[in-house]
Each structure stands twice: as C-alpha cells, then as structure tokens.
Design a protein around this ligand. Structure first.
Ligand SMILES: [Zn+2]
Length: 205
C-alpha cells in the first residue's frame, strides 16, 4: 500500500519538477524581469575586441534559472546603493564563429564547434555599478581583457579597492547558489543546470 501511495505521489510531483526544469531553461528578456538592471552589451557596439557591431539590438536574453538568481543579487545590491551592469548574455552561435575567427585562442574565446555557454543563455558577463551615478566600480581590468590580470586571485598591480570590488561581485553571485565563476575572467558567471540548453543561433530582436 505504501508503495502504491509513493507512486501516486510521484505522479503528482513529477509534472511540477519537469515544468520547473524546462522553465528554468527557457530564454527570457532580462529587462522584463529586472527593470532596473543596466545593459551595456559591448557586442551591440563597435567597442569590443572585434571592433565590429555583432548584435542588432541592446536586448539581453538569458535562461530563466540564471535571471531568477540575478534578481536576488540585484535586490541585495540595491540595499547597498549598488547594481549590476551586463556586458553580455545570450550570444548567437554565428557570432561565436566570427569571434573565434578573429581571436582563435580557446583560453579566451570558446571554440564554436563545441560552443560557448553564452550560446545557451547559460553565461553572463557583468560588473557592479553605483546605482545613483551609474558609474562602474573599479575592477582589476576592463571587460574582455585577454590576460592573466583578468583572473580571480590575481593581485599584482591591483589596488585594494579593485580586489575588494571583484570579491564583492564574486561573493554576491556565488552566495545566491547555483552560479559559478570562471577562474580566468572576473566578469563571467555560469548557471550550471542551463548548460543542457541547446546551442542557439538567432539574433535578439
Ligand atoms: Zn562570458
């Protein structure tokens, strides 16, 4: 009888589990869920390492599981007068091919054959800003700096403030649970469950 009850319970619970997994993986518009998050998608301008405009808009898409966590981080930051600014989120796979053609170093640009977690909406590049002024907090390097100083744990030549700001971003992102850092880039975080999302190749509208 207990076994029958367990099966019945499982049948009731299963659709909920499946639903929450699939909605976590759905790509959503970040601004619609976090209206005060600042977007500065570098690849929608020519100010990036390719010196080309690679996106048609400044719209940012990410997996819902990631966005839900960013909303929690943004709430905590807001209480301190700070906020998040996003440099990149979902990235079409065709853009990944172009980037790799220009900078074919898999230490810094993911090979498009296997794809980047950005192509799945499972990775975000971001920094901290002062909410009142919009100014970026001082970080160890600029975004997309291809060198050792971009790595977590790097201290040579950095000010105490730059190290503290990098650590603040890291602790806020990691404390929410489910987000992991990339050791070589202080600005890049991933939502591991969303890495099962397929590689997409559509432009944002
Ligand atoms: Zn990234």
């Amino acid at each position: 009888m207990k076994a029958v009850l367990a099966v019945v319970c499982l049948l009731f619970l299963l659709p909920d589990v499946l639903h929450s997994q699939s909605s976590d993986a759905e790509l959503v518009n970040v601004k619609e869920l976090i209206p005060d998050i600042v977007l500065d998608l570098k690849y929608s301008t020519v100010v990036n390492f390719t010196a080309q405009k690679l996106y048609t808009t400044n719209e940012c898409l990410l997996a819902r599981g990631m966005v839900n966590r960013l909303a929690v981080v943004q709430d905590s930051l807001r209480a301190r007068g700070l906020g998040l600014k996003i440099f990149d989120g979902y990235r079409p796979r065709a853009v990944q091919y172009l980037m790799f053609e220009i900078y074919p170093d898999p230490n810094f640009v993911a090979d498009p054959v296997t794809g980047s977690k950005h192509n799945r909406g499972a990775a975000v590049d971001l920094t901290l800003i002062d909410l009142a002024t919009g100014a970026e907090l001082s970080m160890p390097t600029a975004f997309d700096y291809f060198g050792d100083a971009a790595a977590h744990g790097w201290t040579i030549g950095l000010s105490a403030e730059q190290i503290a700001n990098r650590e603040l971003l890291r602790s806020m992102m990691e404390d929410v649970g489910g987000l992991t850092r990339l050791p070589s880039e202080w600005w890049h975080y991933e939502h591991a469950p969303s890495t099962s999302i397929p590689l997409y190749d559509f432009q944002m509208k």
